[in-house]
Design a protein around this ligand. Structure first.
Ligand code: SF4
Length: 334
């Protein structure tokens, strides 16, 4: 992000602080801790913190990172910069993770991430996302075993996440991705097994604050490096087609209509959602997915539609005092 765009972003945020109670920033990428990106995170954080302090509004930040550059020194600084929650992603146990997430030369990253977690876990609330598709689902349990061996099982919050196909950029993985209902079945198996082995993994519905994610919140925006504004993380590109505005120009007609589409999304307009026992835990699910199927009488059903009962049963049988938290949604959804 150029300095010009950064300054426009700060001015835009300053205007927003006049009518908002605070600013919550989620740093993600790409990888926000890459040496080329991190100075931007640092500069914007300092200025946003100062701006919010001078206006007497709240500032808070979360970070989604692959964890590779997250050493203690960096995390201490990020804490100063307002980062209170961190999400780190693994793609399974070491052999599998290292096959998918390696350095350019092929060197694996799993154990460095694990070491970084151990060095920083006391400095923020850590969520560990374990990506799951048809190739590695039950191997998520091996990650939990490793967390236990490393003394991290009760210090980070692991959860398993469904890998989804988001179009051409995701290549040819569609047949490897679970449908929501199949994922839900597999999830129950994993949670049951984890509970039996006393591995810290639980899933419990959490309260949604009136919206599913950034996209259907009036004041939620995703900012691209070139200053384009989007509502949905899945639509961000450097191309304006799906944008809802730009920091550099006044809103165009097509951007206003893109924005209106998001703001008009109302799961309660769907008869299936109005009568659904999972409402409001699901809140109509992912609006992007739901809007792809306007003919349906429901939104994009969340897995709770399929497995709430067995999950509650597992929790009831095995719950520990703090096993109820599930990570905030879209520190989660990537
Ligand atoms: S689970 Fe399905 S029907 Fe129920 S509220 Fe969510 S989208 Fe609507």
């Amino acid at each position: 992000m150029s300095k010009k765009v950064q300054d426009l972003l700060l001015a835009w945020c300053e205007a927003k602080t006049k009518t908002c109670e605070g600013i919550i920033v989620n740093w993600y990428g790409g990888e926000p801790l890459l040496p080329s990106a991190y100075p931007v995170v640092e500069r914007l954080s300092e200025r946003l913190q100062a701006m919010c302090a001078s206006r007497g509004v709240k500032y808070e930040a979360t970070l989604i990172t692959n964890g590779f550059f997250l050493d203690r020194e960096k995390m201490l600084r990020l804490k100063e910069l307002g980062v209170v929650k961190v999400q780190v992603t693994l793609d399974g146990p070491p052999d599998m993770h290292d096959k998918r997430r390696h350095l350019i030369g092929g060197r694996g990253t799993f154990w460095r991430i694990m070491e970084n977690l151990k060095a920083t876990v006391d400095l923020a609330e850590f969520q560990l996302r374990i990506n799951v598709d048809a190739r590695n689902a039950m191997r998520a349990l091996e990650v939990l075993d490793i967390l236990k061996e490393q003394g991290l099982h009760d210090r980070v919050r692991p959860y398993i996440a469904q890998v989804t196909h988001d179009g051409a950029a995701c290549g040819n993985i569609q047949e490897l991705c679970y449908s929501s209902s199949d994922f839900a079945k597999m999830e129950v198996e994993i949670y049951r097994e984890a509970a039996k082995r006393n591995l810290g993994l639980s899933r419990y519905p959490f309260r949604l604050a009136g919206a599913f994610c950034i996209a259907d919140r009036t004041n939620g925006f995703v900012v691209a490096p070139n200053g384009l504004l989007f509502k949905c993380w899945h639509e961000v590109t450097m191309n304006p087609e799906k944008s809802v505005g730009s920091l550099l120009d006044a809103q165009q007609g097509f951007q206003a209509s893109n924005e209106n589409k998001w703001l008009a999304w109302d799961p309660l307009a769907k008869s299936g959602c109005r009568s659904c026992e999972v409402m409001p835990l699901c809140h109509g699910g992912c609006p992007l997915e739901a809007m792809k199927h306007p003919e349906r009488d429901r939104g994009a059903c969340e897995q709770f539609k399929f497995h709430l009962e067995p999950l509650l049963e597992i929790r009831h049988q095995h719950a520990t005092p703090d096993s109820g938290s599930t990570p905030a949604r879209d520190v989660v959804c990537k």
